[in-house]
Design a protein around this ligand. Structure first.
Ligand SMILES: *Cc1c(COP(=O)(O)O)cnc(C)c1O
Length: 353
């Protein structure tokens, strides 16, 4: 039996994706390996366009949006967003819901007036602020849809007239979203889509080129739109494996299907956390993430026992982030329900010891 990988990222991917990815390393096109073939050769250009069209199909992306595959991680988007969207002497509003939001805010401050409209740091980010108001005449509003570290998730996005930018690194392709409500969505591949190395960016074309700033070529979204993500050598492996994962998702039944399964998986685990006298959930109930489930153990003496039992059952990656402590079960799209049942069995066993 393979390890039950509950790691927050790089993430678990479907078995068939691992298999096909390794085949392509040995033979992608006429005995050329995927990682030696020219990115401008028709077989790879085909991979890029297939990957983009799968994204458009799965997320139901309307006309007027571009899908890019860039490098530099989601972390580079923290500064590309203000560079491309914040006007000279402009301002932007941010919702601070965790470590990643905080990093995004710190980059935005380098570009202009950065207004934090809601902030849950007072309770170590265990909830999503509500009833905050976003000033008008801002250049954009930025939020993080799913807080990978703290296990909270935005269930309802604000309805405002300004452009909305969202870091969806850890819940992209996990639930239905209405693309029309967003101007930029970005996501590092390694949380729910593929291996590290590429960041998907979905951008509404008409939002760009309004800042009056000179933007360095590589940091300008327009460069990558014009060159179809081939301005420089793209991360071919990461894009290929992302394409395989999206094909897998499409064959399973797309976002409608996976959202249903994700809700079932999360409900199963949260139900056990709430029932089990040994454990308690970390995040505010109504804001609980369906991707990253954070919890802690109430009897310190049983900590080692629980961790050893996990080890024995090939459960890995459960340790919580150092800023929260406790445990975090990341249950991304490819996580099979049987892995969650294995974890629940261990929790019940240790409770009854
Ligand atoms: C992991 C993560 C990031 C950072 O991604 P990198 O690709 O490592 O830069 C940013 N935002 C969220 C929500 C994440 O989960």
């Amino acid at each position: 039996m393979k390890t039950h990988n509950f790691s927050a990222g790089p993430c678990i991917l479907p078995d068939e994706v691992f298999k096909k990815a390794s085949d392509a390393i040995l033979d992608f096109d006429n005995s050329l390996s995927l990682i030696e073939v020219s990115h401008r050769s028709p077989p790879f250009v085909n991979v890029m366009s297939k990957c983009i069209s799968l994204v458009k199909e799965l997320l139901n992306i309307p006309k007027g949006y571009s899908v890019l595959f860039l490098q530099g991680g989601a972390s580079l988007q923290f500064l590309m967003v203000p560079f491309n969207l914040m006007k000279l002497n402009g301002s932007a509003a941010y919702l601070n819901t965790g470590t990643w939001s905080t990093k995004a805010i710190n980059e935005a401050k380098l570009f202009g007036n950065t207004i934090v409209v809601g902030d849950s740091s007072d309770k170590n980010f265990n909830y999503i602020p509500k009833n905050y108001s976003v000033p008008e005449n801002i250049d954009y509003f930025h939020c993080t849809s799913n807080n990978t570290i703290f296990g909270t998730q935005i269930k309802e996005f604000p309805k405002i007239s300004s452009p909305i930018v969202c870091d969806m690194s850890s819940d992209i392709f996990s639930r239905k979203i209405n693309i029309n409500n967003f101007d930029i969505i970005y996501a590092g591949a390694q949380k729910n889509m593929g291996p590290a190395g590429t960041t998907m960016v979905i951008v509404k074309d008409e939002t760009l080129n309004k800042t009056g700033r000179d933007i360095p070529t590589m940091l300008n979204y327009q460069t990558h739109i014009d060159k179809e993500s081939m301005f420089n050598t793209p991360p071919v492996f990461s894009i290929y494996v992302s394409m395989l994962t999206l094909e897998w998702l499409k064959n399973k039944g797309g976002i409608d299907y996976i959202e249903k399964i994700n809700n079932e998986k999360a409900n199963l685990l949260y139900k056990e956390i709430d029932r089990n006298s040994l454990f308690t959930g970390t995040a505010n109930t109504e804001d609980r993430s369906i991707m990253n489930v954070t919890f802690s153990i109430l009897e310190k003496e049983k900590e080692k026992i629980f961790e050893n039992e996990c080890l024995k059952n090939k459960i890995s990656g459960l340790k919580g982030h150092r800023s929260v402590g406790g445990y975090r079960a990341s249950i991304y799209n490819a996580m099979p329900i049987k892995s969650i049942k294995t974890l629940i069995n261990v929790m019940q066993k240790v409770e009854n010891l």
